[in-house]
Design a protein around this ligand. Sequence first.
Ligand SMILES: [Fe+2]
Length: 569
Amino acid sequence: MHTLGINAAYHDSSACIVRDGCVIAAAEEERFTRIKHGKRPVPFTAWELPFHAIDYCLDAAGIELADVDHVAYAYDPYLLLDERDATMTLPLEPSAGASAGLSPWEPLFLSYIVNAERQLVDGMPHRLRRRFATARTRRQWQWHFVEHHLCHEASAFLAAPFDECAVMTLDGRGERASTSYGHYAHDDYRRLGQVTLPHSLGLLFEDVTEHLGFLRSSDEYKVMALASFGRPRYAAEFRRIVEIGRDGTYRVEPPRLAERFGPPRAPGAALEPRHFDIARSLQQVLEETVLELAAWLARQTGAPSLSMAGGVALNCVLNGKLRDARIFRDVWVQPAAGDAGTALGAALWIDWQHRGRRGYRMEDAYLGPGFGDDEIGAFLERAKLDARRVADIADETAKLLADDRIVGWFQGRMEFGPRALGARSILASPIRAEMQERLNAIKDREDFRPVAPAVLEERAAEWFVGGRRSPFMLFVFDVAADKAERIPAVRHVDGTARVQTVNREQHPLYHALLRAFERRTGIPVLVNTSFNTHGEPIVCTPRDAVECYFTSPLDALAIGSWLLEKARP
Ligand SMILES: [Fe+2]
């Protein structure tokens, strides 16, 4: 049984294919179209389906679109429509939804979504016709609209390594919900409650992101990075905005940020201390709130572990606080926690509903396209590139890294989710502090942005306080005091680092590289940042990798068994 999951309502459009409970493939549309986040999350783009990601998923499963048994679309427009509106013929009064807190363009948005199946059958780009063309006459699938938050929830508990867990999802918004709670146990899922709009911690974070001069629904992680430079002197103000209620509820008052914190920062304008302090205060109140919600959820469920998803769960400082609070024995965050992951959740949910049993645990996030040595070699030859095929790419790359060269690392299947995890990464040595600046210059990023370490899982506890398995780079850890001097490039201003642990099963070649680097330097840690430049999605194909390599100051490219090197200055 094949189930195709699609996320397209807002942004980070993506697709996922599940076969008999097992995830075969998942990817974001942005990696194929090279448009960051796929599209902007506005009503006018809701018609756009992630055709390239779907095409890739079908290819990975070896089927055509017509062969799919279920299509699970990660948004349910009927939660916002009554019978009368169900055909969604425009024009509805643009203001019709205003009383429900909806945008005046909600009818347009919903009508696009109601018609998504027709768009899937007829709207594919011409060059992708091959796997789509027979769907018009031969399709037999059942179409499902699945509630947005249920998709986030399913993406957490159906992928998590637990037989029982509490579930918490936090994001900007779904149809009506912004937060959901549930309890997964004995192969059964019980929804415990939701917080609905306009109350949303995710939207508040987006509002502040915009107020601080960054792009909302995109740059929230920059606000998290800013926070570690600030003081929480506005925390009391934010506590007036966010009011925690009983039974897992909270209210978010209209934030009126300009009134409280002064005029918004113009994009690109200098960052002042108050901007850092606003970010820090927001982060603090977010942490306090989510910890309290988690404590309530723990009491409700009695579950030993917590699974999370939703865009807010990408906040790795918050996740570190949740872990350290020990409300739950274990906290697991699904790596594509943002909306991309709802394609995964939708497909897993529908598969589970129809087959009645689970067959998947997400051990790694390498669910995207991979390219064999033959394919890479043919491409490099055709492009007449001077590449050297080496017997031990891990060792050769370690040698370059130990020599302070910055290397593009393209190995195996691409990651699903926003973090590069050693398949499409830019890697460097953590030994010199100035490496952070060099990397930020390569990527044309702001100076305040930290870079993160990858560490051998078996060495994590020696280098990071409480270091343990963290394969998705979604938790911060304190750098061990006696090691801080040795890896200054990955230590953030507050003494923490956003750690990825690597074991042999997860990615043998990446693991071998870390081992080889350790043999040369005594340090089992590398700097890992995503393989892209400013404003670009992470590279997907060998061609993307080569283009990024030649148009950025990268020193070398390790792609499959091939090595490309630029002359030293
Ligand atoms: Fe979401």
